[in-house]
Design a binder for this molecule. Structure first.
Ligand code: NAD
Ligand code: UGA
Length: 464
């Protein structure tokens, strides 16, 4: 079959795989190929067990794979054969040299640009899908402009706004698609080609265009605003715990103001995931780089509150359990950074588990999708942790439950049954405020939510 367009995506991760699967699904007359330097990842995309868990992804892969969606390893050849190239490689926080701990590590992106330059034999549209510091397209253009002969490249910015766990729904029905380009004749022509692809299923009014720098910056700012809301509500949860106010009631009252809105106001143990922290720190770095120290400090405080919230949670466990966890068995319910994903990158559960181990607690971790990743994250603590998928077996014989992920299944657990199998006094620390606290208290648990009065049989703090 002859395809109308040939699209390539370099980077077959959480973004590259699902976003290209959606393009292939919506555009059966386009051929979409996804490549990666990690050949095990490509094998997994071609197998029955996909490397990424996302509700709805399996079904779409089944409908498209080997028809108009292909996962391949021959990167160089694919660059030659495709005219539209998405770049969706990872852009982690730099761990070395200048800007370490804040700036983006752009080595994977630059390597990709050089590969595109080396293997292109015809004009290409190169699309930044990775999240990047503002002005990265300039570096990309400069590398590509060194092409010999007459090959031309147009660089576009098309940041991805999908969230994990809801990726397929977000990709199918996005709030908006953002496309930034140079405002030159060829830049606008390239932009129009990309608009055409999305217009196959996204209403045109939701496809917004801008200059390339605004597009790059908007992605960082969107993540910073979302994370800021989480830190804002978490900061207030600390005040609620001191004043007997209830964070859910406060969030409801505040969120009903149409100007504020109700989303992203759930207090918890802090945000995790591969992007919020990295993108805010990148914003902080950029502001400092441009001499805007006050702006940098403002955004850095969002990350500081996030760390504070996790420390508060640990301190609460320790204080409530008579200031010693040594030898006590704690069941961690949920290890992924949010529900409906197996992803554990920057999950607060990693930090919290390490802190529990530092107090010499015995930790049992339960999660429906993330146990494999949890064991990798905590490989250096091998032998000190048990991994048990079934929450009832995991909780049995434990002194406390710590709910760290908002998996739906935890709402529906039979806490009466769990209570019977635990050591008394039994504690629940609900780091996501997802269970019925009163019911659990009536069963016999001492219950510690976030930002709400504790339901405890022990008045005040005590220690030996
Ligand atoms: P990921 O680590 O899951 O995937 C990136 C992939 O790129 C890896 O498989 C890696 O092997 C591959 N890669 C790196 N260098 C390569 C090269 N030179 N050639 C071929 N493949 C190469 O990362 P991700 O979560 O998919 O994120 C990718 C980008 O998208 C990041 O910039 C991230 O900030 C952004 N983003 C992520 C999400 C998300 O939900 N995960 C959402 C929006 C935006
Ligand atoms: C986030 C953004 O929502 C996406 O738009 C963006 O594309 C993506 O980052 C990215 O650039 O990687 P994601 O990290 O997958 O998506 O998940 P979110 O739903 O944003 O949750 C992030 C963290 O905040 C999770 O740990 C979640 O539990 C926490 N959170 C979220 C709260 O604690 N409270 C809330 O009210 C909302």
């Amino acid at each position: 079959m002859k395809f109308k367009k040939n699209i390539l995506c370099i980077g077959a991760g959480y973004v590259g795989g699902p976003s290209m699967a959606m393009i292939a699904y919506k555009c059966p007359d386009y051929r979409v190929t996804v490549v990666d330097i990690n050949s095990a990842r490509i094998d997994a995309w071609n197998s029955a067990e996909l490397p990424v868990y996302e509700p709805g992804l399996n079904e779409i892969i089944k409908k498209t794979r080997s028809k108009n969606l292909f996962f391949a390893k021959d990167i160089e050849n694919q660059i030659k054969e495709n005219d539209i190239i998405f770049v969706s490689v990872n852009t982690p926080t730099k761990t070395f040299g200048d800007g370490a701990g804040k700036a983006s590590d752009l080595q994977f992106l630059e390597k990709t640009a050089r590969q595109i330059l080396e293997h292109s034999q015809s004009p290409k549209i190169v699309i930044e899908k990775s999240t990047l510091p503002v002005k990265t397209a300039l570096a990309m253009e400069r590398i590509l402009a060194s092409a010999k002969g007459k090959i031309t490249f147009d660089v576009l910015s098309n940041p991805e706004f999908m969230a994990e766990g809801t990726a397929m729904a977000d990709l199918e029905n996005p709030d908006r698609v953002l496309i930034g380009s140079r405002e030159t004749e060829s830049g606008l022509k390239a932009r129009a080609q990309l608009v055409d692809i999305y217009a196959r299923w996204v209403p045109v009014k939701k496809i917004i265009t801008s200059n390339i720098w605004s597009s790059e910056l908007s992605k960082l700012v969107a993540n910073a605003f979302l994370a800021q809301r989480v830190s804002s509500i978490n900061s207030i949860s600390a005040l609620c715990e001191k004043t007997d106010a209830d964070i859910s009631e406060v969030a409801r009252a505040v969120g009903m103001d149409g100007r504020i809105g109700s989303k992203f106001l759930k207090a918890g143990i802090g945000f995790g995931g591969s992007c919020f922290k990295k993108d805010i720190l990148n914003l902080v770095y950029l502001c400092s780089y441009y001499g805007l120290q006050e702006v940098a400090d403002y955004w850095e405080s969002v990350v500081k509150i996030n760390e504070y919230q996790q420390d508060r949670f640990i301190a609460n466990i320790l204080g409530s359990m008579f200031n010693t966890l040594a030898g006590k068995k704690i069941c961690v319910l949920g290890f992924s950074f949010k529900a409906d994903t197996g992803d554990t990158r920057e999950s607060p559960a990693i930090y919290i588990t390490r802190k529990l181990l530092a107090e010499h607690a015995q930790v049992v971790i339960s999660d429906p999708k993330a146990l494999k990743n949890a064991a990798i994250d905590l490989a250096s603590d091998k032998g000190k942790i048990s991994y048990i998928e079934d929450p009832y077996s995991a909780a049995s014989g434990c002194h406390a439950l710590a709910i760290l992920t908002d998996w739906e299944l935890y709402r529906k657990l039979d806490f009466q049954k769990i209570y019977k199998s635990m050591v008394r006094p039994a504690f629940i620390f609900d780091g996501r405020n997802i269970i019925d606290h009163k019911k659990c208290f009536d069963i016999g648990f001492n219950v510690y939510p976030i930002g709400k009065p504790a339901l405890s049989r022990f008045e005040g703090q005590s220690s030996f």
